[in-house]
Ligand binder design. Sequence first.
Ligand SMILES: [Zn+2]
Length: 150
Amino acid sequence: MKIDISKIPLGESELNFEVTSEELGLGKEDVGVPEPLAVSIHFSRLERKIIAQGRLTGKVILTCSRCLKPFEDRIDERFSFVIELVNTAPSLVCLDDEDVVQASPYGAVVEIKSELHDTVVLSIPMMPICSEDCQGTAPGKWKIYTDERR
Ligand SMILES: [Zn+2]
């Protein structure tokens, strides 16, 4: 997930790749990622900066907050960042919390792992529900209970 700035041409270009759960450093407590997620980044390179607009899609396994069962869901998230090209020595630049980083146009490399990691984690709802009419951990029980009271 390192972007080599010298490989991004002036103007518009596109980069597509896949990332696995391990590569993103996702823990089991975060979210299950059964197969690699697809990443596609569109770059607009100008004289002094590169504007990157990305999309991250794929399958995730969530745990239903009602019935506690795992279920499959899809994420389709957007992210963006800007690389300002400044005259410094080439180095490895990490895109952490900021969405704007400064890098040398002469061979700098930008690490976007944490950007992708956070995009996945933030896409997960606080209380995932497997389906709108999920009955919870004991389906049927509540129905019988209310029937008996009638
Ligand atoms: Zn459920």
